[in-house]
Ligand binder design. Structure first.
Ligand SMILES: Nc1nc2c(c(=O)[nH]1)N[C@H]1C(S)=C(S)[C@@H](COP(=O)(O)O)O[C@H]1N2
Ligand SMILES: [Mo]
Length: 444
């Protein structure tokens, strides 16, 4: 096993790949364009209290531009797995081995299912490091791996992988039951990843209160029950183990915490979300993992903007965003069959009154400006006019109002007697004190 391809240069792949390169092993990197540009220009830098260094390994965004690998190490986020498998497919031979250091307990199975071949060695990374910027990784603690055949045997290829890591000075343990080891790490991840986000603090904080220990035991208990059903027996004192492991790394945050703070997607669907999904399929209650999944998604979800999202803002206590489903869920008596205002058309509209009842309006708010998404057309009405005559058309023939008809949201004002109070592609309703911006032509 000579040629190694490291996929990803994040906190895990960047660190281990750089160690391999530093030891003069033949390692190249498959990287996203942004990281590729940085690594090509400045190399890959590890900053660590135990020694900082920079390497300049071969790298590309297409594996066909690199030496054909004997071993591919996956260190990308769990949600990028499918995309990465498609990318590496052209360089896969019937002898290529894939080692995954990714989180989640079904990664190995997904890879085997994809390539229909026993090409996978399971792995776990134990490391605390962070991406500072593309191509620069700060390493704080540990830096070991555990690898193993899914069947547990000490195959030639798993021994060869362990040997590569040893040559690079990376502590590598041969796991006799990598599946079980992955579930054990999963237990730790499913406790401390979401908890550090919820408490917005390091892991030690989650150990401070006895009440929290009970919660940790309950979270792990659910995972142990689910794992048992898929024939992975975990220790009866698994929760105590999870707490014990944490004592030595009390000061750390978690990858989910770092992902959240950096505005990246989290791996929640592959951690607690996976436990919850499996529990649902197997009929095992996982209330805490359900709750953690839902709450983490809610906390880490970005403010939704863009086409299909209507924002009501300005002189309001708190801006709100609504999509078509949220608009359709407003009170039935404010919904309008649009054939009454646009003859011959089958669709739905909502009275502006209902929309303006959603946010609490500032005390002196008296005008509303309806803005198109392109920012080029806006109509300012008094609050009274808007509430009495305004209708936002949001659906045509059961589908979103098409752009060609002024969708996804179009303001009409039947009965107002002002033909220009008609805005296509509405994206924003701005509440104001006094008249707002009005860009309508004099004659419509
Ligand atoms: N966003 C936006 N809405 C708009 C306009 C516009 O230029 N931009 N023109 C208005 C005018 S002057 C007219 S006559 C109607 C035209 O609607 P139609 O394209 O459905 O015929 O849209 C009104 N709403
Ligand atoms: Mo017009």
């Amino acid at each position: 096993m000579k040629q190694i391809l490291m996929v990803g240069a994040g906190s895990v792949g960047g660190f281990f790949g750089a160690q391999l390169a530093k030891a003069n092993l033949s390692v190249s990197f498959l990287l996203r364009p942004k990281t590729l540009a940085a690594v090509k220009q400045n190399g890959l830098t590890i900053r660590s209290a135990s020694g900082s260094f920079t390497v300049h390994p071969p790298a590309a965004s297409d594996p066909r531009e690199l030496a054909k690998p004997d071993l591919i190490i996956l260190s990308v986020k769990a949600y990028d797995l499918d995309e990465v498998l498609t990318q590496i497919e052209p360089v896969m031979t019937e002898r290529t081995v894939i080692l995954t250091l990714q989180n989640g307990v079904d990664t190995e199975d997904r890879i085997v299912a994809r390539f229909q071949r026993d090409c996978v060695v399971g792995g776990i990374a134990f490391i605390y490091s962070k991406i500072v910027e593309p191509g620069v990784i700060d390493h704080y603690k540990r830096g070991a791996v555990s690898v193993g055949e899914l069947m547990g045997h000490h195959s030639a290829r798993v021994l060869a992988i362990a040997d590569l890591f040893k040559q690079a000075g990376i502590p590598c343990q041969l796991a006799d039951d990598i599946r079980r080891s992955k579930w054990e790490k999963m237990c730790w991840n499913c406790v401390f990843n979401p908890l550090t986000v919820l408490i917005d603090d390091k892991v030690a904080k989650a150990l401070d209160h006895p009440e929290m220990l009970r919660v940790i035991h309950q979270i792990v208990g659910e995972i142990v029950a689910v794992a048992a059903t898929v024939k992975v027996p975990l220790a009866a004192d698994m929760a105590d183990k999870v707490v014990r492991w944490t004592q030595e790394i009390r000061d750390i945050h978690t990858s989910m915490y770092d992902d959240w703070k950096a505005g990246r997607q989290t791996e929640i669907d592959y951690l607690n979300g996976y436990v919850a999904k499996l529990g649902r399929e197997l009929g095992i209650p996982t209330p805490l993992n359900d709750m953690l999944t839902a709450v983490i998604k809610t906390i880490t979800e970005k403010d939704r903007t863009g086409p299909g999202i209507l924002r009501i803002e300005g002189a309001v206590v708190q801006p709100v965003s609504l999509d078509r489903a949220a608009i359709a869920a407003l009170p039935a008596e404010q919904q309008l069959d649009i054939s009454t205002v646009m003859p011959g058309m089958q669709g739905k509209g909502i009275r502006l009154k209902a929309l303006l009842d959603v946010p609490a309006l500032a005390i002196k708010a008296d005008h509303v400006t309806i803005h198109s998404g392109d920012g080029k057309y806006s109509a300012s009405l008094t609050l009274e006019q808007a509430k009495s005559f305004g209708v936002l058309v949001y659906e045509l023939d059961g589908a979103p109002l098409p752009e060609s008809k002024g969708g996804p949201f179009r303001l009409v004002t039947p009965g107002l007697g002002d033909l220009c109070a008609n805005v296509k592609g509405v994206a924003r309703i701005e509440v104001t004190v006094g008249t707002g911006v009005d860009t309508r032509p004099k004659k419509c």
